[in-house]
Design a protein around this ligand. Structure first.
Ligand SMILES: NC(=O)N[C@@H](CC(=O)O)C(=O)O
Ligand SMILES: [Zn+2]
Ligand SMILES: [Zn+2]
Length: 347
């Protein structure tokens, strides 16, 4: 018996598209199923000003496959010298939909991130006034803090103080990976939301480390214990408006993943929808997939949901996708969940 599920076309509220040959190679993987995406600004050099964002948007639009219905929603990379007036103008023009906070050194290409939070107070106050969301990579970078504790410590020592100090600031906790992240998101009001990735609904830290190290399962924040994965599954499938999909699909060429000092990032753009249907089916929550993937995100970002629909089908044979995407920069391995997935996306 074939099971069918039609949902509004989804959006991806946290996506890395990179630039140049990598952008050209991986963009079709996102435009196939997603209508819009919040585009992360951690290029080298980062997307800091409105002019940077406009130029990057134009490169993305130029790389779009013919006929693709896909709108990139741009973000600015917050630095200690970001100009509040430039941010406000970019938001007013509809160019920029969020500002991204990377604690300096927390993740891939985050060296221009924030070290002294007092220096960004003016920008945050402007953002609170105009309702522009701050997207946060929530990990401390203090060497003494264990990598598995960095999200929970960030919430207590950085995120909560920022939110207390900046009344009305709208915040998205990006790619939460812990039960503490889920609890903190839940304790906030309508000005707080959290994205959850596909891979963090599937992986715990054993998947990365048991039976040999799996570089393609390494991302930041790193996957945590099983109890945290279960908390994320419960949150994602709850239907609550504060939780929505941000894949954090983050391509790196295989040569840099399968490396003595491998890059962080899982590439899930290709098969995210199939995997999500599998996860929501396992949780008995298929009726809430649309809220997570297609409704809650636009509501938080104050955009209408997509009018178009996409149909998912559970078939007797497993869904297939390429093992790797060939790009001009080199091959990128597609996230392999390690189990068969019977949900397909109908063309
Ligand atoms: N998630 C990752 O592991 N990597 C991201 C950066 C990020 O989102 O932290 C990347 O740009 O590669
Ligand atoms: Zn991040
Ligand atoms: Zn990311």
């Amino acid at each position: 018996m074939t099971q069918t599920l039609a949902i509004r076309r989804p959006d991806d509220w946290h996506l890395h598209l990179r630039d140049g040959a990598m952008l050209a190679g991986i963009l079709p993987e996102s435009t196939r199923h997603f209508a819009r995406a919040i585009i992360m600004p951690n290029l080298v050099p980062p997307v800091v000003t409105a002019a940077d964002a406009r130029a990057y948007r134009d490169r993305i639009l130029a790389a779009r496959p013919k006929g693709a219905d896909f709108t990139p929603l741009m973000t600015l990379y917050l630095t200690e010298t970001t100009d509040p007036a430039d941010v406000a103008a970019a938001a007013a023009e509809g160019l920029v939909h969020a500002v991204k906070l990377y604690p300096a050194g927390a993740t891939t290409n985050s060296n221009s991130g924030v070290r002294d939070f007092d220096k960004v107070r003016g920008v945050l106050e402007t953002m609170a006034e105009i309702g522009l969301p701050l997207c946060v990579h929530g990990e401390v970078t203090t060497p003494e803090v264990d990598i598995f504790d960095r999200e929970a410590v960030f919430i207590d020592t950085v995120l909560d103080p920022i939110r207390q100090a900046t009344a009305g600031l709208r915040v998205v906790m990006e790619h939460i990976t812990t039960k503490q992240g889920v609890a903190y998101a839940r304790a906030g009001g309508s000005d707080l939301a959290a994205t959850i990735t596909t891979h963090h609904l599937i992986l715990n830290r054993n998947h990365i480390l048991v039976g040999g190290i799996k570089p393609h399962y390494y991302c930041l924040p790193v996957a945590k214990r099983e109890e945290h994965r279960l908390a994320l599954r419960e949150a994602a499938t709850s239907g609550e408006a504060r939780f929505f999909l941000g894949t954090d699909s983050a391509p790196h060429i295989d040569a840099l993943k399968e490396h003595a000092c491998g890059c962080a990032g899982c590439f899930t753009a290709t098969n995210t929808l199939q995997l999500l249907a599998h996860v929501f089916d396992e949780q008995g929550a298929l009726d809430r997939l649309e809220a997570f993937a297609s409704l809650n995100g636009p509501a938080f970002y104050r955009l209408p949901p997509n009018a178009a629909r996409i149909t998912l089908q559970k078939l007797p044979e497993p869904a297939a996708w390429p093992e790797k995407i060939a790009t001009g920069a080199g091959p990128v391995t597609v996230f392999n969940p390690g189990f068969p997935v019977y949900w397909h996306v109908r063309d």
